[in-house]
Design a protein. Structure first.
Length: 591
């Protein structure tokens, strides 16, 4: 059958694969699995329940939850009746939550747990269109998901559901995905069934995986990136296992031994840092071998013949070191796909040298989201790959990447004036990213248009590039570079506290808190040496970090410094550390 609406994917999956495990999640320490048929049944029961509650085509329903199979059931249940899914992150703040639910005129909400139910309950007086709230977990005072499913089983209207499914057009609105963004109010990106499917099917056709492979999923389904992968894996018949918590991801790898990992650069860095921490547990000889292997890996270049002598040394490093890296990731990974922000080229080469293949891609919610990615046959490290089939890309006179195709959003919900600013009359979408396209068609993102800043000398700075460079250090978890309109660059440094604790513990020095770490002169001197080493000889003015400050608070989604897609919220960080940043430039004469 041909998949033209999102829910066609589910019917296709059932007919073709009859998966014993289509979706799975952990409950009470055990994996609970759902087959293709069970997935389809739950979707139908939810559709029946929504119809019995009076919902009709075009009505909006929200989910506010971590990844779990119930999210998928609700998603398909909404779409089958012609409804519109408004997925929200469980970490959303109250102001954004009220703004979105009111603007989208949401009628039903499915929450993940008691905390989220109480949040909605406390705000319900400000939500005039809200009819009911249901909870995936059992919560006192709230109708549970299982009760809502039973209600659907008692109100089966098969003929009505089939008529509604038949009435849904590929060009009908399927989702309003609100971009949390790094600045300003959330904007509702309107995506049709065609928008989603054009992306997901292209991904499925080009990812070179099939029903014999599995994915462990830990990026939020509320984000368009994981949502696209979710539909692609459904089309391919790949089982999807939802990680219980990110901190258990390596345990989940051991249990599932997946072939696919979808991630973002920050989490890829965390995986790498986790591997590096094992180095500190080694004896002197083993640590020497580890460092030798890592140094060898840093010289690796994909697609380049490094010579017989190098290949022989790499084979030794593989048997002694890299095989253990792969074992930590389940020893079955075929590929890691990373997107959402730029990844360090050095990191990609290191993983490839270790036999762990990382492919960088690129997109944005307004493009459903995929625009380009590297593949087995077309890969160039440092680029985001070539544009996917079915779309056109070009670079504007101002250097901005533009895209046109079936993946471009319908517009921003209720904001035509904002839509007209990013989509030209002939359909070209402004991505907001500066880019170059080489003669082979590989695209390189050179910076975010609204994040590149100018120094007092008139030289432009791409802070993300420098932040990635700083994160090459074992001792630096994240960095934030500043210096707009100033005569030199400075950085806020978030140390890798776990690594530093283990590093100093081997020297007999122990820390009780993050604050104690950032105030320790040995740590400060260590970070200073790392920055000086990264600055290097003859470094350009727009890459030279002259001052820095260590910060004790982790930057997280919950505390507001990171967006749900794990990008730095620059405006939030600038405001939070404004006094520290001001101090960088108060005593310029000291330099």
């Amino acid at each position: 059958m041909r998949c033209r609406r999102i829910f066609d994917l589910l019917e296709y999956n059932v007919e073709r694969y009859h998966q014993r495990v289509a979706l799975a999640s952990k409950k009470g320490g055990k994996w609970i699995t759902y087959s293709s048929e069970e997935y389809a049944h739950y979707a139908d029961w939810l559709s029946y329940a929504m119809l019995a509650k009076g919902l009709s085509k075009g009505d909006k329903v929200s989910t506010i939850s971590i990844n779990r199979p119930e999210w998928n059931f609700v998603d398909m249940g909404i779409l089958q009746i012609g409804g519109i899914h408004v997925p929200l992150y469980p970490t959303i703040n109250d102001d954004d939550l009220i703004y979105i639910l009111k603007e989208a005129e949401v009628k039903l909400i499915f929450v993940g747990n008691k905390y989220l139910y109480n949040k909605i309950k406390n705000l319900s007086g400000q939500l005039p269109t809200l009819l009911a709230v249901y909870s995936f977990d059992e919560v006192e005072g709230c109708i549970s998901f299982s009760e809502f499913v039973q209600f659907g089983k008692s109100n089966i209207q098969k003929d009505l559901l089939e008529r509604l499914k038949a009435s849904v057009s590929p060009y009908d609105l399927a989702s309003i995905i609100y971009t949390s963004g790094t600045t300003g109010l959330p904007k509702g990106v309107m995506l049709t069934h065609e928008n989603h499917l054009s992306n997901s099917l292209i991904a499925a056709y080009t990812i070179n995986l099939n029903y014999t492979h599995a994915e462990v999923s830990f990026l939020p389904l509320s984000h368009s990136y994981e949502r696209m992968v979710n539909y692609a894996t459904l089309y391919l018949g790949m089982p999807v296992y939802y990680a219980d918590v990110t901190s258990n991801i390596l345990l989940n790898f051991q249990e599932i031994r997946p072939q696919l990992m979808i991630t973002v650069p920050l989490l890829l860095e965390k995986v790498y840092q986790g591997i590096l921490k094992k180095r500190l547990e080694l004896g002197n000889i083993q640590r020497f071998v580890f460092d030798w292997a890592l140094k060898l890996a840093k010289r690796f270049e994909i697609g380049k013949d490094m010579g017989k002598w190098y290949r022989w040394k790499l084979s030794i490093a593989d048997r002694l070191v890299f095989v253990k890296w792969r074992e930590a990731l389940g020893n079955s990974l075929v590929k890691i796909v990373t997107g959402g922000a730029s990844v360090r080229p050095e990191l990609v080469n290191i993983f490839w040298a270790a036999g762990i293949k990382v492919y960088e891609g690129y997109g944005l919610t307004e493009a459903s989201p995929l625009i380009a990615f590297n593949t087995e046959t077309d890969i160039k490290v440092g680029t985001i790959g070539k544009a996917i089939p079915d779309i056109l890309v070009k670079v504007s006179d101002e250097g901005e990447l533009l895209v046109n195709g079936p993946n471009v959003m319908k517009g921003y919900y209720k904001h035509p004036e904002l839509t007209s600013k990013v989509i030209e009359p002939d359909g070209w979408l402004h991505t907001g990213d500066l880019a170059t396209i080489d003669e082979e068609g590989f695209i390189t993102i050179t910076g975010r248009k609204n994040e590149i800043f100018k120094m007092a000398s008139g030289v432009y700075v791409n802070p993300e590039k420098l932040e990635n460079k700083l994160q090459q250090s074992f001792f630096i978890s994240q960095a934030f570079v500043v210096g707009q309109n100033q005569s030199f660059l400075s950085a806020l440094i978030l140390p890798d506290f776990d690594y530093i604790k283990e590093y100093f513990a081997h020297q007999g020095v122990h820390f009780d808190s993050n604050l104690e770490i950032i105030q320790n002169q040995k740590v400060i001197s260590l970070i200073d040496q790392e920055i000086n080493m990264l600055n290097g000889y003859g470094i350009k003015e727009n890459e030279n970090i002259q001052r820095f400050a260590l910060v004790a608070d982790d930057w997280t989604i919950e505390s507001g410094e990171l967006s749900p897609s794990l990008k730095l919220k620059r405006r939030v960080i600038l405001e939070k550390y404004k006094d520290v940043i001001r101090n960088f430039y108060q005593k310029v004469d000291d330099l």
